[in-house]
Design a protein around this ligand. Sequence first.
Ligand SMILES: [Zn+2]
Length: 541
Amino acid sequence: IEGLSPVISIEQKTTSRNPRSTVGTVTELSDFLRLLFARASRAYSYETGEAMVSYTDSKIISLINERFTGKRIAVLAPVVRSRKGHYRELFEQIIRMGFVRARVDGEIVEISGGYRLDRYKTHDVEIVIDRIRVAATAEARIAQSVETAMSHGKGTIAIIDLDSGELAYFSRQLMCPTTGIAYQEPEPNTFSFNSPKGACPHCDGLGTTKEVNLDKVMPDLQKTIRKGGLAPVGEYKKNWIFNQLEIIAMKYGFSLDTSVADIPKEALDIILNGTNEVMTIEHKAIGVTKEYKVNFEGVIHFIANQSKDAKSRTIQRWADDFMENVNCGTCGGARLRKESLHFKIVGQSISDVSTMSLLDFNNWIDSLPNHLNEKEWKIACEISKELKARTAFLLDVGLGYLNINRSARSLSGGEAQRIRLATQIGSQLVNVLYILDEPSIGLHQRDNARLIHSLKQLRDIGNSVIVVEHDKEMIETADHILDIGPRAGIHGGYVVAQGAIEDILKADTITADYLNGKRNVPTPATRRSPSGYINLYGATG
Ligand SMILES: [Zn+2]
């Protein structure tokens, strides 16, 4: 046999078990969206919400002249921002570079050898590069100082009015004009939760974290510790853990026979979160005081560590039984760093648009030319065409209710298949034989026509499409039909009719009888009454 086309089977299975795979990654929408945000978004400060600004050196110098003319200023190079440490070496280094003053936690000080700060407090340190009165005659010196400050401050400087204390930050990078926090120039990875550049550092870009569930640790507050009130340690055994628990109990005046609900709050906190202290306990009966070293990491840490680091899968599974996935507290499930979430287009962050339904997303793309300025639109135009095309294919196959962030794992077989179908239509391949298994499954009847339209598109650009299907509309639309029957399983398997729909209707087959209305699936005269209901809570869509 010659001239067979390459075959692509679009199956009905969920694309991926990978928790990082989403509708956006499968369809490439995420790639283009990240590109769009890297090129055409505006940055806002996560502290104040102001638009971030970036300047060239000459712009900075002219701004200094405008704002501080006639005033005595200091040119500062920020080197430490809200970080802990004593910074002895840093100050040594500053002295060696020839500077004698620094602004430490808002105050200008002279530094000398051995100068150091409280290592347990957070500090801000800026090197005082120069002190000048701003005037036209000083322009060259200001320019020189700004350049020096830029090199020490990694692209950011501060100017302080020495008399009024007024402070202003200027940066070559994107920077908040009030607080001086700076962002890196965005790149596509800034918006990827699969890249360390973009991923929320708390949940590593997963959007959820595994936390110990106290309801599972203490399932019955009326139980005592001895009888298994702390589920992870179980019922009383003679071992080290119960020994530690007994010491804590002695210290806080309860016993292993106290119900969990009645254990003092302070003691329960130690049991759950651990302690590392020497407990002094007086034994009334024998009149002596004894010291006990309690080095107990706490039930919560123990479970969390076992879940993360245990070598054995069995122990990990045991620990996971006491844990649950909760929305990440840092990013709120958005999976990205807060900086990344403060780049916006038409007021929306990439996370906002990724959680819109594809239908709304489509409208958002359409609104871009009205809201972007000319320069932004020039950049965004081509990228938005790509986004628009891919979204249109997804809408055509009836998936307008999904969103870009939707986890691919959570899609039904039919949805996953239609996404792959949309991707194939988008790929514009020709001379390919596509095979689809029941693509209408799970599809709302309303969207059937659009699905059929998509399949016709595939055909019209020069492909063959074979569909295994029971759907009447789909059968009626086919150019050529093979009716396999007459019945299911071992009672079938023969081609009982073939041809165009007219030929099928004329054939003496069960299928024809149904299509002609000679047979039908009767609606039952009476419906059985339900014996119970399943309640759905919080369901949407
Ligand atoms: Zn997070």
